[in-house]
Design a protein around this ligand. Structure first.
Ligand code: ATP
Length: 479
């Protein structure tokens, strides 16, 4: 693969061709930055979800999960600060009328400088941008764009408007009366569903601090520059956990969760050097520490997860706006207080893209006799959409019946796939392309001695084993 852009394009095409991701409403030419997960994509996504859910709830005695509604009382978003502050600085090009996020526009220029070999100029530009964003100095940001001769990719000109803030929340009407009172928002993050249920969960679950509440669910943001496939979408899914701690202990919990979350990523067998922590230069108004976990996507190192020390901001705001006490009585210290919060927030779709980017491999298998190649998705076996493919060598001689026997044994335990068409080699390659870790072939010898051939996706090695051992073998690898 010649470069990362081509690799990224190849991944997008592969996802479509093999039933992972389709553009939304494609027969109507699609809907910008909205995607549908296909037959294997939805399985992979569910496996990522389950892996996160299990490691965050089942493996932590003091973390429980909830599933809050997407619609929430509109005051929630006033209290949380989203109505006033959930916006990005934008700039429009006067000739093309195209709108850009200021940081994205400048980052693209910095990447251009870096590729041209001027890493120092790239760094100076990014440092200046960070400084101006932190100071909310929009006039100087515009000047920086002009001084660096940054042009619109559509019109090719640098005729820019002033920099303005643009709110990212989608709103809609609840009920049939179109007055202002019935205007509600599609949630832009799942976190607030946890905060407003903090006391419900704490009291009904008799939870003692420190404890956490986890949630997986859809979030919606009217992203202006929504591109880069499923990296930035307008409808996406988050996997969030809010961990409630005693005031004054947040620093130590923040460090602990940074480590725990990074270990979760590494537990999937993805190399350490493909990850980095990036501390936030400009802290959100509610945070006293924050960083991103970045992954080396084909489009560069980018955020996949955020870890934020959110102080007591959210609960305090909800206490003020709802006039309901959000306090916790700590029987160890005999004190009432509003807990501090550490948040871990990971995008499910970005994690999906991470897993596919890591797994996607093009292999040249040519020999002196003939050219050959394959595309293989090297998914961690526990996340693979299909775990086992079962192939009778031929459609006759009782082989399909034996294969069906194995299917019936394994199907209740994990996702299997049955196929009897085409040459075995072709069937293997199709499974490689969707990342199935194991294929089993039933042949005439199976009838004689009850053994089958199991073929391993990554090494392509084949071994002869007893058919009765297959289920346990696969289960061991995916557990
Ligand atoms: P970015 O800077 O990329 O816009 P963010 O800092 O606004 O992201 P958070 O509000 O911290 O993101 O959301 C937590 C996680 O949700 C992110 O780490 C990311 O994985 C995911 N996420 C946020 N926005 C989107 C989006 N538009 N599409 C897909 N995933 C998203």
């Amino acid at each position: 693969m010649a470069n990362d852009t081509q690799r990224f394009q190849a991944i997008i095409a592969h996802c479509k061709e093999y039933g992972f991701i389709f553009p939304s409403s494609e027969i109507y030419d699609g809907l910008s930055a909205v995607y549908d997960y296909g037959q294997w994509g939805s399985e992979l996504k569910k496996n990522i979800k389950d892996y996160w859910w299990k490691s965050m709830t089942q493996l932590h005695e003091n973390i429980v999960g909830i599933d809050a509604a997407i619609f929430m009382h509109p005051t929630v978003w006033k209290a949380s600060g989203h109505v006033d502050n959930f916006s990005d600085p934008m700039i429009d090009n006067l000739d093309s009328k195209k709108r850009y996020r200021v940081d994205h526009l400048i980052e693209a220029k910095a990447e251009e400088l870096e590729s041209a070999g001027d890493a120092a100029a790239s760094k100076t530009l990014l440092d200046k941008m960070d400084e101006l964003l932190a100071a909310n100095d929009y006039e100087a940001l515009r000047e920086l764009i002009i001084a660096n001769n940054i042009k619109c990719t559509v019109s090719g000109t640098s005729k820019w408007t002033s920099v303005r803030q643009f709110n990212l929340m989608f709103s809609t009407q609840l009920g049939s009366v179109t007055d202002e009172a019935s205007e509600i928002y599609l949630r832009p993050e799942t976190a607030q569903g946890i905060f407003v249920n903090f006391l419900n969960v704490q009291k009904s679950g008799r939870m003692k601090i420190p404890f956490g509440i986890a949630q997986i669910g859809k979030a919606f943001r009217n992203e202006i520059v929504a591109r880069q496939f499923i990296f930035r979408m307008r409808e996406f899914e988050q996997m969030e956990m809010q961990f409630f701690v005693r005031p004054g202990t947040q620093k130590e919990w923040y460090e602990k969760w940074k480590e725990t979350r990074m270990n979760w990523h590494l537990s999937l067998g993805i190399p350490k050097e493909d990850y980095q922590f990036k501390p936030h230069v400009k802290l959100a108004f509610y945070a006293d520490a924050a960083c991103d976990i970045e992954y080396k996507f084909p489009i560069g190192f980018k955020e996949v997860e955020g870890i934020h020390s959110r102080t007591d901001y959210d609960l305090k705001q909800h206490q003020e706006f709802s006039r309901k006490k959000m306090q916790y009585f700590d029987s160890e210290t005999n004190q009432n207080y509003i807990p501090y919060v550490i948040e871990t927030s990971i995008g499910l779709d970005r994690m999906f893209l991470l897993i596919v980017s890591h797994a996607y491999t093009e292999e040249d298998l040519s020999t002196a006799e003939k050219p050959d190649s394959r595309v293989v998705l090297r998914f961690p076996a526990k996340l693979a959409p299909l775990k086992l493919a079962i192939f009778p060598l031929t459609k006759k001689d009782g082989l399909p019946e034996l294969a069906r026997e194995l299917m019936n044994e394994c199907m209740p335990a994990f996702r299997c796939f049955y196929e009897e068409k085409d040459a075995i080699g072709k069937r293997y390659r199709r499974q490689d392309a969707i990342g199935t870790p194991f294929c089993v072939t039933i042949d005439h010898q199976t009838k004689e001695d009850g053994t089958v051939t199991i073929r391993h996706r990554d090494t392509m090695k084949q071994e002869r084993v007893a058919m009765g051992d297959i289920k346990a073998m696969v289960q061991k690898e995916i557990s």
